[in-house]
Write a protein that binds this ligand. Sequence first.
Ligand code: NAD
Ligand code: APR
Length: 244
Amino acid sequence: RLGEPVSGRPVTVADVKVVVLTGAGISAESGVPTFRDADGLWEGHRVEDVATPEGFHADPELVHQFYDERRAAVAEVEPNPAHVALAELEQLLGDDLTLVTQNIDDLHERAGSKRVVHMHGELLSALCARCGRRIPWEGPMVGAPPCGSCGKGDLRPDVVWFGEIPYHMDAIIDALVECELFVSIGTSGAVYPAAGFVQQARAFGARTLELNLVPSEGSRFFHEARHGRAGDLVPAWVAALCHP
Ligand code: NAD
Ligand code: APR
C-alpha cells in the first residue's frame, strides 16, 4: 500500500514512481474479448496461423482478416472506468507513471492517457515488413498496396507476434528498476517477457499489486492480489492512491 515505507522512507503520492502493466482483461468490460479466457480470441484459430511471422508468410490474407476484424471491433467499443481511472492517475503523477500495455487496442488513449507504451504494438499502425516504416492505419489491411515508402515491401499489422521481440523493452526495464510500485491489471501472466515484470520490479525494491478477475499464473509473486472486475478494482485503487 502507498504510505508504507518501501525502501526505508515513507512514500507520498507526490513522489511515488509507478509502473502499471495492463493486459486484455482491462478491455474485457468494454466488450473486447481476451485471449485465454473461455470465449477467448484464439478460439477457432491456431495461434501459429494468425500470430506468428511464419503464419503471415504462409497466408497473409488470413492474418490480415484476423486483425481487420479486431480493428473493426475495437472501433465500435468505448473505454471503461478502468481505462478512465488510469488516465486520471496520469494527470496526477505525470512522468512518474509509466503505463505499459500488452493491448493493441487504443482504449487507453481514448480514455485520455497520453503516454502509453504499447509493448505488443498497435492495431492502428501498419509496418512495412521490408523497410520497417510505420504508417498510421485505420481501415482493413486485406489487399493493402505495397509500402509507399520503399515501394516494395508488404505491409503487415504492427503487432508483436510470437517469437518476436516486444517493443520499448529498454525503457520498460528502466521504469521497472526505478519504480516503487508495480501494478498488473487484467493479464493472465502467461506470456513473457511481460509475465516476468513483477519479479523484476520486486527484485529492484518495488511493492507489487495484482488486480485481476482471477489469480493469474504469477499471482504468488505479488505482495498483494485483489480479484474482481477491473472496472471496479482499478477506480477504487486509484481513488485510494489519490486520497489516502
Ligand atoms: P513464451 O512465453 O516463452 O514466449 C512468448 C514469446 O512471445 C516471447 O518470445 C515474446 O517475446 C513473444 N511475444 C510477446 N508479446 C507477444 C504478442 N503480443 N504476441 C505474440 N508474441 C508475443 O512462450 P510461448 O509458448 O510462446 O507462450 C507463452 C504462454 O502463452 C504459454 O503459457 C502458453 O501456454 C500461452 N499460449 C497460449 C495460447 C493459447 O491461448 N491458445 C497460444 C500460445 C501460447
Ligand atoms: N477485469 C479484470 N480482469 C479480467 C476481466 C475483468 N473484467 N476479464 C478478464 N480478466 C482477466 C482474466 O482472468 C485473465 O487473467 O484478464 C486476463 C486476460 O488474460 P489473457 O487473455 O491471457 O490476456 P493477456 O494477459 O493480455 O495476454 C498477453 O498474449 O497472445 C498474447 O498479444 C497477446 O498481449 C497478449 C498477450
